[in-house]
Design a protein around this ligand. Structure first.
Ligand SMILES: CC(C)(COP(=O)(O)OP(=O)(O)OC[C@H]1O[C@@H](n2cnc3c(N)ncnc32)[C@H](O)[C@@H]1OP(=O)(O)O)[C@@H](O)C(=O)NCCC(=O)NCCS
Length: 198
């Protein structure tokens, strides 16, 4: 099985939607209100991701991990920090100039394909994509209670802040992990991999 990291095209929209919905349901059951998960559908997410690819791809690139047999098995999107649609980030960015500028918006690996190094590859590709856009540092928000926060620690992220945001009518605690130097972060990802092989 060969997994390639590719720039998302419209042809990937359904595969992205499958990864997104299945990963949300597997990860967030018990952490987010049930209606947020039961209200999701592969069809609606396909339309949403097709829209994102068509209209936002330039400013918010989307990459997929594409398995030659299983199709899309992971995805990530990233770009310049979004403050306008997430005002809860504004005080965080003002207080953390070392981390603001680039943001990982989404990173999901399908539950059937986790723990195969795909998340690490997507992270490395997102860091490279951010650097191509002139962004030298980055952060990601993760649910406080999501075990994925330890993945970000493994990827060299530094725990830098918390915020509470109202989502689906309930307060949701989130933690931010940051990388103040994406060049160093990328080389660290390579070193971790080498030490694993060795
Ligand atoms: C978090 C996620 C992206 C990681 O992707 P993955 O492909 O499973 O991870 P990888 O196989 O690339 O793991 C890379 C390293 O991180 C470690 N790791 C992965 N998940 C981890 C976790 N939850 N806690 C601690 N370490 C973790 C792996 O053991 C591996 O370690 P190594 O360097 O010793 O090899 C994936 O599990 C996922 O999509 N989870 C559900 C959705 C989610 O929560 N996304 C984040 C939203 S903010």
């Amino acid at each position: 099985m060969t997994v390639q990291i590719l720039k998302a095209t419209i042809a990937h929209a359904r595969g992205i939607a499958r990864v997104y919905v299945d990963a949300w349901r597997a990860t967030y059951a018990g952490l987010l209100p049930a209606r947020a998960l039961t209200g999701m559908s592969h069809d609606r997410q396909t339309v949403e991701w097709a829209h994102q690819i068509r209209h936002k791809g330039l400013h918010c690139p989307i990459l997929v991990a594409f398995d030659d047999r299983a199709g899309v098995v992971g995805m990530t999107s990233f770009g310049k920090s979004r403050i306008e649609d997430r005002p809860a980030s504004a005080p965080f960015l003002a207080g953390n100039p070392d981390f603001g500028s680039g943001e990982i918006f989404t990173l999901y690996v399908h539950p059937d394909h986790q723990d195969r190094g795909i998340g690490r590859r997507l992270m490395g590709a997102a860091f490279a994509g951010l650097r191509e856009r002139g962004l030298s540092k980055a952060y990601v928000w993760v649910l406080d209670s999501n075990p994925a926060r330890y993945f970000y620690e493994r990827m060299g992220g530094r725990y830098i802040a918390d915020r509470d945001e109202e989502l689906w009518g309930v307060p949701v605690s989130q933690a931010a992990y940051g990388w103040p130097d994406l060049v160093a972060a990328q080389s660290r990802l390579g070193l971790v991999r080498q030490s694993r092989i060795g």
